[in-house]
Ligand binder design. Sequence first.
Ligand SMILES: NC(=O)c1ccc[n+]([C@@H]2O[C@H](COP(=O)([O-])OP(=O)(O)OC[C@H]3O[C@@H](n4cnc5c(N)ncnc54)[C@H](O)[C@@H]3O)[C@@H](O)[C@H]2O)c1
Length: 398
Amino acid sequence: MRSRLVRLGRSGCGRGGGRLPPPAAPALPPPPGRNGGRPASSLSRGRAHPPTNTTPRWGGPPPPLGGAAAAAGRRRPLSGPPTPAAPPPPPAAAAPPVPADPYDRTALTVIGAGQMGAGIAQVAAATAAFDAVHVADGRPGAAAAAVAAIGDRLDRRVAGGKMTAAAAGTAKGLLAALDGVDAGAIGAASSVVIEAITEDAGAKADLFRRLGDAAPPTTLLASNTSSISITRLAAAAAVGGHPGRVIGLHFFHPVPVMRVVELIPALTSTPSAVAAGRGVAAALGKTPAVVADGPGFVANRLLMPYINEAVGVLAAGAASRNDIDAVMVGGTGVPMGPLALADFIGLDTCVSIMRVLEEGLGGGYKPAPLLVAHVAAGWVGVKAGRGFYTYENGKRVA
Ligand SMILES: NC(=O)c1ccc[n+]([C@@H]2O[C@H](COP(=O)([O-])OP(=O)(O)OC[C@H]3O[C@@H](n4cnc5c(N)ncnc54)[C@H](O)[C@@H]3O)[C@@H](O)[C@H]2O)c1
């Protein structure tokens, strides 16, 4: 069964991995239970956002949850910071209480429908952690292709006995594809946005600037960047006056399999945004590890120099591609050798991460020339069919 696709006016152009211009405005449905059902277009104008310390738009009694999650009878799935038990009632003249967690998390939009964005969307749909899961991409057709591929993967899980047909049907029903990235419409329709576009600091900062300007202050903005400063992205989002709701949520590939996420507070992140990030991670079945905002965070500060060095060893002729990987798999017990892992991650992403490390930490982190050359040739790994190895339909053939 195909999921419902919201097909929107395409905008943005260019090849995957490139920077994309702002698209034409799509018309997104508002998330269930939010904004009294007003059309998204009426919610995305300018910067007239309410201040964060007022009762949020969904303040008062919690709205009923709609969609498949409600049909499944679940409660609101995401938890924020711990709620104190039975606080005493405020005095009559007291100001309205400031909610401990202002983030409503009913609808997720993942921006970037590549390897990571599709993985995050798959997990969000499969866990039914949100009432709607939008997938947006600037490359025309990419989001729809990702949603279709997620459907195929869910079908395979059903065929393999790992998921019920009913659960897969529910998951597919939550998914919707968006062509183009209209920040206003996405902000109005999403309580959480996870950015997973190409590892390009300029493109990400531009996207966060547009999201910061257009999305209500109660929309949590997260980046899945592998290495780029979250504080920098938060500063870009500060154009809307609310950098505190920007955090890093660094998932690992493949998202349905890997259990940990790096949760990276920016210098400016509010405690409630960090708590909301924990809630999102937990609802997606991941364990958050809070790490500081530095180049490559923890995982890629350790992993990328290792991969880069393996490429240097290959270039030096010290061993063949296969032997380098075989030594590391058979000798250290890692499941994949460094060159196969580089192909799996994407060599373009590896080079981008190395450049962030080099900029932040110094010349010792210069990307290996052979790695850069592979990217220049378009041999960026599994997703291109060729990297250090050759692939057909994602399977290594040589
Ligand atoms: N590949 C990994 O193992 C891995 C792991 C963790 C995090 N990440 C990070 O996740 C992000 C995505 O990586 P990926 O491997 O999915 O890359 P990918 O190349 O598979 O997908 C990137 C997607 O972003 C889209 N895109 C590019 N610029 C855009 C823009 N300006 N607006 C909208 N869409 C745009 C492209 O069309 C493409 O579909 C990167 O920041 C990367 O560092 C990657």
